[in-house]
Design a protein around this ligand. Structure first.
Ligand SMILES: Nc1ncnc2c1ncn2[C@@H]1O[C@H](COP(=O)(O)OP(=O)(O)OP(=O)(O)O)[C@@H](O)[C@H]1O
Length: 225
């Protein structure tokens, strides 16, 4: 059996160049999480939450420090292998869902598989069961424009799970939703670590969402406290 998913972050730092010199955004960040964990990262606007999520998602490089996902440091990989690693190991859920408007619900959920060829029979089956899990099986042929905001977010959640990732990164997943819809998306997110064995990290300004996660860390002046 495969070993459970793991994430280790050590001594991560990041600065951005600005006209007045480098702006240090993350200082010596450390984190250790394993399958079934859920973590909310909170903090004021500009504290570096999105920057940290981008680096954990391997979409940006740190200046210093390492991240290790399932025993692999993704920044040691070349660009092609890094893209494949990201596609396999990391699922993203964004505030504005980022569904492709011309693709059906099914095609959007399958997009990570479509990106590397024809989805396998197993991936198609998994897509069907994920659409069941997010209660959208009867909308599989619809376009994103035919769905409500909460339904689109649920498609994004199913899409993030297709490749059986180690890590799900959610950036304000309830940010654009009304209270009731946000509550139902939060409820669904909460099932992911236990039902799918993933590590869930969400960046949020929502106290309700943050309180629902098992762990909570605050970014303050670029440090996790
Ligand atoms: N490409 C960039 N170049 C220069 N500075 C940047 C860049 N991206 C972000 N910053 C700065 O880094 C700091 C952290 O930004 P980041 O977006 O990570 O914060 P955040 O906590 O996610 O904020 P919010 O809650 O408003 O989304 C901010 O001061 C921002 O202005």
């Amino acid at each position: 059996m495969e070993s459970p998913h793991s994430l280790l972050v050590e001594h991560l730092s990041k600065s951005y160049p600005t006209a007045t010199g480098p702006l240090q955004v993350l200082h010596d960040i450390g984190l250790e999480l394993s399958a079934g964990d859920s973590l909310a990262i909170v903090g004021p606007s500009g504290s570096g939450k999105s920057t940290l999520l981008q680096i954990l998602g391997t979409l940006d490089h740190p200046d210093d420090g390492t991240i290790t996902i399932d025993g692999q440091d993704p920044f040691q990989l070349n660009d092609k292998d890094l893209a494949a690693f990201r596609n396999q190991k990391i699922g993203f859920i964004f505030q504005d869902h980022h569904l492709l408007p011309q693709l059906t619900v099914t095609e959007n959920v399958l997009v990570a598989a479509l990106a590397i060829g024809q989805p396998s029979a197993e991936q198609r089956e998994r897509c069907e069961s994920l659409l069941d899990a997010v209660s959208l099986a009867d909308r599989r042929g619809h376009l994103p424009s035919e769905l409500s905001g909460g339904e689109r977010e649920r498609v994004a959640i199913a899409r993030a799970l297709l490749m059986q990732p180690a890590l799900i990164l959610a950036d304000e997943p309830t940010g654009n939703l009304d209270r009731r819809t946000a509550d139902s998306v939060t409820e669904l997110l909460l099932t992911l670590p236990s039902d799918f064995g993933v590590i869930l990290i969400t960046v949020t300004h929502s106290d309700a969402l943050a309180a629902a996660m098992k762990k909570r860390r605050e970014l303050e002046d670029g440090r996790l406290v």
